[in-house]
Write a protein that binds this ligand. Structure first.
Ligand SMILES: [Zn+2]
Length: 270
């Protein structure tokens, strides 16, 4: 348990050292103390952390399940192909499947590392819904919501005092929240609205029905238990209506659901 903390500590210190000064994030009103390279370094560190912890994150082997990953990457590529992703070339956009049928969740780290539990893949009914969720997660990475949140949660003063060695307890707290709260750093309501909005905008440029993310939320309303997704992606008010408004404002074009190919994707999972 101490080894991963140490490696993250080193990364975190490097991140802070390389982040002198304030930089604007993609959302103009939000200061993001981290650079785009920091996002990438964070994502890579988290990927290592996840790979080193197969008990909590049993990654489905891409060599053993090539077909599942082909479906996954094909859907990702259709979103990357829209030309709407800021960091299309700089971020990794590596998508991985975590084998846990009881987890109804997906998450994205900074730098474009995306994770989908088999639970959410099996729960959904068509590819448009899945692409909607993927677009939402890609938007969180591409709009740099995690590092915006870290800057906001911990504040410039605290980050500076950590840098100056005046607040070692806070550093431990941040590391703990990163190392053990992977995927649980809850986004703000504004981030959720933005990620929904961009999911619709991305999918609108593809042949998918752009309301896939709304369909997912409609489906969640009938979920038998509170899905994990809503603990890390708090559901703001009128979310479905807002998604429909974005879709209408783009022209209200109906797209495809792709039920058959999605059934093949699900069938390729263990
Ligand atoms: Zn979200």
């Amino acid at each position: 348990m101490t080894k991963p903390i140490n490696s993250l500590l080193i990364v975190l210190i490097l991140v802070f050292v390389s982040s002198a000064g304030c930089k604007k994030g993609s959302d103009e009103s939000i200061i993001n103390l981290f650079s785009v390279d920091d996002d990438i370094a964070f994502g890579e560190a988290m990927e290592e952390e996840i790979a080193a912890n197969p008990q909590d994150f049993p990654i489905l082997d891409p060599v053993a399940y090539p077909e599942a990953y082909q479906h996954l990457n094909r859907i990702r590529d259709s979103i990357l192909g829209t030309g709407l992703i800021h960091y299309e070339d700089r971020f990794e956009w590596k998508v991985q499947i975590i084998q846990n049928d009881s987890m109804l969740n997906a998450f994205a780290t900074p730098g474009g590392f995306l994770y989908f539990y088999t639970g959410i893949i099996k729960y959904l009914d068509n590819e448009a819904q899945f692409a909607g969720v993927m677009g939402h997660e890609m938007a969180h990475s591409d709009l740099r919501h995690s590092t915006n949140t870290l800057t906001k949660v911990y504040g410039v003063q605290i980050l500076l005092s950590i840098l100056l060695g005046q607040s070692p307890g806070q550093l431990t707290e941040i590391i703990a929240s990163l190392a053990y709260g992977l995927g649980t750093l809850a986004f703000s309501r504004d981030h959720e609205y933005k990620a929904d909005e961009y999911s619709v905008k991305y999918l609108y440029q593809t042949s998918y029905d752009a309301r896939g993310i709304a369909d997912f939320f409609i489906k969640l309303e009938d979920a038998p238990r509170p899905p994990e997704f809503l603990s890390t992606h708090p559901s703001p008010e009128n979310r479905i209506e807002k998604i429909n408004e974005v879709w209408q404002s783009l022209g209200g074009k109906e797209g495809n659901l792709y039920v058959d190919s999605y059934m093949q994707f699900k069938a390729s999972l263990p």
